[in-house]
Design a protein around this ligand. Structure first.
Ligand code: NAP
Length: 256
């Protein structure tokens, strides 16, 4: 028996098999879940091909988290495959922020910052509200952050967006807790994915991480992060909400 046996989970934000969402969908299926995945726009075709690489090919839904029509129609699209959701994974970040990363903090234009915050932070609320009608018996929402308590080299306005995501998660925990819906984040160390490739200087961060994390760190191994997400989706964290679980080899707890 897996820890997600009998549960239905939507994983939003799967493009490649390197996506953290892909690893999460895989571990969730291995743990017994029925999984649906989503992505948006031009990458949807890639997602449909990549979906075949999962142990069981899941339905692929179209969801742009900034599109009010997609959000309004999401529950009905899910109902074509499942009558409820037990869990929702938000594995989404703004994909193309060249103007906002790599030492661009002082010049990042507001329009791009606004889009980054909408796609990477506000969308956790949008996704949660869109899925709320499917979670009338409670459930678990899990998002992915990159520790926003400090300023990082190169991460710039994405760091600000992640700070917004972390706060959004706490407010969702407050407002959805009475309905039995938990909301937590996993704070992962640097992992090789499409989103990470867009960050200039990312490789420097990887080598520092390896040196400083007491457990070491493998930026090609997404499974520890996926397992933590799956644990938070399961019934093994029934009294935990508004929490951020670090999956970073212990890096965040070290001084110099
Ligand atoms: P990824 O494979 O690029 O996943 C990000 C996903 O967000 C992609 O599927 C992307 O779709 C999707 N997306 C972007 N804009 C969207 C929109 N408007 N509506 C719906 N989906 C949208 O990269 P990842 O690293 O796995 O990222 C997943 C999450 O983990 C992100 O929140 C990221 O910040 C977080 N995280 C990553 C790391 C890391 O080192 N990689 C570390 C900590 C946390 P497209 O590909 O079509 O743009």
């Amino acid at each position: 028996m897996g820890i997600l046996e009998g549960k239905t989970i939507l994983v939003a934000g799967v493009t490649m098999d390197t996506s953290i969402g892909f690893a999460t969908a895989k571990v969730a299926q291995q743990q017994g879940a029925t999984v649906l995945i989503s992505n948006f726009g031009r990458a949807l075709g890639i997602t449909r091909r990549i979906a075949k690489r999962l142990p069981t090919e899941p339905p692929v839904l179209e969801l742009d988290v900034t599109d009010p029509d997609h959000l309004a129609g999401l529950a009905d699209h899910v109902r074509e495959h499942a009558d409820h959701l037990d869990g929702v994974v938000h594995s989404i970040a703004y994909g193309n922020p060249e103007t906002l990363l790599g030492g661009k903090f002082l010049t990042g234009p507001w329009d791009d910052v606004a889009q980054a915050v909408q796609v990477s932070a506000y969308s956790l609320k949008s996704l949660a509200v869109a899925c709320q009608p499917l979670m009338s018996s409670g459930g678990s929402i899990v998002g992915l952050t990159f520790d926003a308590t400090t300023a990082w080299p190169a991460y710039d306005w994405m760091g600000v967006a992640k700070a917004g995501l972390e706060s959004t998660s706490r407010y969702l925990a407050r407002d959805l807790g009475p309905e039995g819906i938990r909301c937590n984040l996993v704070s992962a160390g640097p992992l090789k994915t499409l989103a990470a490739k867009a960050i200039p200087g990312f490789e420097d961060m990887e080598s520092t991480w390896k040196d400083r994390a007491p457990l070491g760190w493998d930026e090609s191994d997404h499974e520890p992060t996926a397992r933590a997400v799956v644990a938070l989706l399961s019934d093994f964290f029934p009294a935990t909400t508004g929490e951020i679980v670090h999956v970073d080899g212990g890096y965040h707890a070290m001084g110099m």
